[in-house]
Design a protein around this ligand. Structure first.
Ligand code: PGA
Length: 261
């Protein structure tokens, strides 16, 4: 499967900084990687449109843009929220849903995640692919029930979802204990859970659909450990936080993904 390398900038880079970083990535990226690796930049909301503009200007490269969150209602009195049509108009092709920072710091529940996934998939405009984040805490890992926990997150995120007409999702396995901590899951640990997610997706949607749902690993992935993570079974790419904020590191990870094809 074609790998996906997505850079989650989180709450970093205002518009000016974001435009410069996107320009660097676009300029330095080797076009030949495109055949085997999809690349996405997922900046803060305000950067989506200007980053999209920078990338469109450099027509030689095919880099997607995403949003880090969305609200499930179409419009109305929801102060501070942003709808699917708004991120679409700004130029988003992907949208992260249920990132652990939102679940933990902002109280996002499995039901919220499910509403957002459905809103994205039901949108009748340009396709915006949800990147559904799942992952366990250190306590759950140590206690041993992490596969069960992650499978339940996948099932509830996709409750009532029908993947038809080529509409797809991406699932990102991001063990919370590995995010921004410098502690990465070993390739074996990451592979075990990503394969379990694929088995669950096959149960839910059948082999035909599940076989083109990409499962990413995220959590302290960088240019040093990307090769070992991207070459194990079950991992179809990476959701990169810290290492996506430097053009050189991000591009190096994309190159590793290309070499792991
Ligand atoms: P990290 O973040 O690479 O900085 O650990 C990954 C993520 O949270 O998506």
């Amino acid at each position: 499967m074609k790998k996906l390398i997505a850079g989650n900038w989180k709450m970093n880079c205002g518009i000016a900084e974001g435009v410069v970083l996107a320009q660097e990535i676009s300029y330095e990226l080797d076009k030949s990687y495109e055949e085997f690796v999809d690349v996405a930049i997922i900046p803060p909301f305000l950067d989506i449109k200007p980053v999209r503009g920078v990338l469109d200007f450099d027509k030689r490269k095919n880099i997607s843009v995403g949003a880090q969150n969305v609200y499930f209602k179409e419009n109305g009195a929801y102060t501070g929220e942003i709808s699917v049509s708004m991120i679409s108009e700004a130029g988003a092709d992907f949208c992260i849903v249920g990132h652990s920072e939102r679940r933990n710091l902002l109280g996002e529940t499995n039901a919220d995640v499910n509403d957002k996934v459905k809103a994205l998939l039901d949108y009748s405009g340009k396709v915006i692919t949800p990147i559904i984040c799942v992952g366990e805490t250190l306590d759950i890992r140590d206690e041993g029930s992490y596969i069960d926990f992650v499978e339940k997150q996948v099932v509830s995120a996709l409750a009532g979802v029908d993947l038809f007409d080529g509409k797809r999702v991406v699932v990102a396995y991001e063990p919370i204990w590995a995010i921004g901590t410098g502690r990465t899951a070993t390739p074996e640990e990451a592979s075990e859970v990503c394969l379990a997610i694929k088995t669950k997706l096959t149960e839910l949607f059948g082999e035909n659909v599940a076989s083109d749902i990409r499962v990413l690993y995220g959590g302290s992935m960088n240019e040093g450990n990307a090769e070992s993570l991207l070459s194990v079974p079950g991992i179809d790419g990476g959701l990169i936080g810290g290492a996506s904020l430097k053009a050189g590191s991000f591009i190096q990870i994309i190159k590793v993904a290309y070499n792991c094809r």
